[in-house]
Structure formats: structure tokens, C-alpha cells
Design a protein around this ligand. Structure first.
Ligand SMILES: Nc1ncnc2c1ncn2[C@@H]1O[C@H](COP(=O)(O)OP(=O)(O)OP(=O)(O)O)[C@@H](O)[C@H]1O
Ligand SMILES: [Mg+2]
Length: 250
């Protein structure tokens, strides 16, 4: 059974025009999915829908075959524990007034997960290659790449099935990007990833499946290998032409 299904999903902010229209996609456990499109194509909005932060204007979203129902508290607890996210900007996504231990432990608290918090935080920090002492420090003491590691530690501390990552490497320099890709690759042994990016080369490094989004419509979807070797839609062809580096799929 798939983890999350979107069927004929459309979404508009307020009374505006739809920013997503007729989206059909399926997230299977163990298959990382990349969502690629230009700025404004609706990538972050899809992640908001997948997190249950906003509701579709029409269409259905289900988790493990059951419709997502914000009114069902026990269902939402299971869902929120299973699906975590890492956001776009490592400078604004961490509360500057909180120590790292409290930032990373936040999902355990909000989801009321009974566990040894210090041990769980230490394990999550070690999984992202940060020292144990990081727990007692504040976000401003860390670089952009380290902050992104902290945000990833927070996303994995509750041992979710699915981690959604929104442009996690765009703000980082090339060397730091490569290290984050390596880290995500290790994490994807235990967790399914949905990576959102305008950079098809980045998502192709980690994702088996791709969705290409143009102005709120899916123009192409399927195995990353097929799309990279023979892009069908002119928009995908343009995205590939504007990508300087691509992994070797030979
Ligand atoms: N809170 C909001 N209220 C109204 N419109 C919004 C809101 N957030 C996004 N939009 C609009 O929805 C469309 C899709 O935005 P979204 O943020 O999903 O795009 P994106 O693909 O993530 O872009 P980027 O690559 O720049 O992050 C855009 O036209 C945007 O202006
Ligand atoms: Mg975005």
C-alpha cells in the first residue's frame, strides 16, 4: 500500500486562482520521490498539502489508504509522527532563542512521544554527524550546512516513515551540498524521502521517481532514469538543458 496518495487534487490560496490543478501522485515506501519545477510552480504548496497543513480545494489525499481527516485526533497523531519536514531556509527555520536540544526534541514534545528525550536527541545529532555538545548551543553558533543538519535531526528524531525536504541544499555552497546529499542518501536507507527542488540534477542523485511540475500542473512523471535519458515534455527538456551537472546513469 502506498504511504500517501493524491487524487485529482487542486488547491487555491483563498479565493485566488488555483496554484495546483488536477495533481495525481503516489508516494510509495522505499521510493524516494523528487518534485521539480521552477519558482512559483507549486512545489512548496504540494509539501504543505502532504503535511496536512492545508486542505485541498478539491480532490482527495489519503495516508495508508485512509483519507486524511484533521478532525480525527488519533489518526492525525499517527500521521504527524509518520511525516516530518525540513524547510527551505536553514537561517529562518530554527528558533534563535531555543537551544539545539529543545529544537531537535520539538516533535517528541508536540507528539507526546514517551521516550528518553536526551538519548533520542543525542542519537539524532549523531545520525547527522554533529557532536553531542551541539545540544547545549544556539542556532547562531552554527553554519548554514550545520543548521540544515540540525533541521534534519529534528525531522528524524521521531523516526518518521516519510521526510519531506524543501530546497534543502539551495542555500548551501557546493561542498556543503555534496555532504548533505551524502547524509540524505544514508538516511534514505530507513526513511522515504520526498525532495523538492528547482534543481533536477540534485533530486536525481537521490530519487528513483520524478514529478515535473509546471505552473501547478504535472507535465511529466515516472522513473528518474527514463525522464533523464529521454525527457518527453519540452519543459523537462528545458530544465535539463539548464542543469550544469547530472549524475551518470550509464
Ligand atoms: N500564502 C500564500 N498566499 C497566496 N499565494 C501564495 C501563497 N504561497 C504561495 N502562493 C502562490 O502559489 C504559487 C505556488 O507557490 P509555491 O510557494 O508553492 O511555489 P514553489 O514552486 O515552491 O516556488 P519556489 O521555488 O520559489 O519556492 C505561486 O504563484 C505563489 O505566489
Ligand atoms: Mg518553494
Amino acid at each position: 500500500m502506498s504511504l500517501i496518495d493524491l487524487t485529482a487534487v487542486s488547491f487555491a490560496y483563498g479565493r485566488g486562482r488555483p496554484v495546483l490543478d488536477g495533481i495525481d501522485l503516489r508516494i510509495e515506501a522505499g521510493h524516494n520521490l523528487g518534485i521539480v519545477g521552477e519558482s512559483g510552480s507549486g512545489k512548496t504548496t504540494i509539501l504543505r498539502l502532504l503535511l496536512g497543513l492545508v486542505r485541498p480545494s478539491s480532490g482527495d489525499i489519503s495516508f495508508r489508504g485512509a483519507p486524511i481527516d484533521p478532525g480525527d485526533r488519533s489518526f492525525m497523531r499517527v500521521f504527524r509522527r509518520a511525516v516530518q519536514a525540513v524547510f527551505q531556509d536553514p537561517y529562518s527555520s530554527l528558533d534563535p532563542r531555543q537551544k539545539i536540544v529543545d529544537i531537535v526534541a520539538e516533535p517528541l514534545r508536540s507528539l507526546k512521544i514517551a521516550t528518553d528525550v536526551d538519548a533520542a536527541v543525542a542519537e539524532a545529532l549523531s545520525a547527522v554527524d554533529l557532536p553531542r555538545e551541539a545540544a547545549g548551543r544556539y542556532p547562531h553558533e552554527f553554519s548554514g550546512g550545520q543548521r540544515q543538519r540540525i533541521a534534519i535531526a529534528r525531522a528524524i528524531v521521531s523516526q518518521p516513515e516519510l521526510v519531506l525536504a524543501d530546497e534543502v541544499v539551495s542555500a548551501l555552497d557546493l561542498t556543503t551540498r555534496i555532504r548533505i546529499v551524502e547524509l540524505l542518501n544514508v538516511l534514505s536507507a530507513n526513511t522515504t524521502l520526498v525532495l523538492v527542488s528547482h534543481d533536477i540534477g540534485f533530486v536525481a542523485l537521490l530519487c528513483q521517481d520524478l514529478v515535473i511540475l509546471e505552473k501547478g500542473h504535472i507535465v511529466e512523471q515516472g522513473p528518474a532514469r527514463d525522464i533523464l535519458s529521454a525527457p518527453k515534455h519540452p519543459y523537462t527538456q528545458r530544465l535539463l538543458e539548464s542543469t550544469p551537472r547530472l549524475p551518470d546513469f550509464a
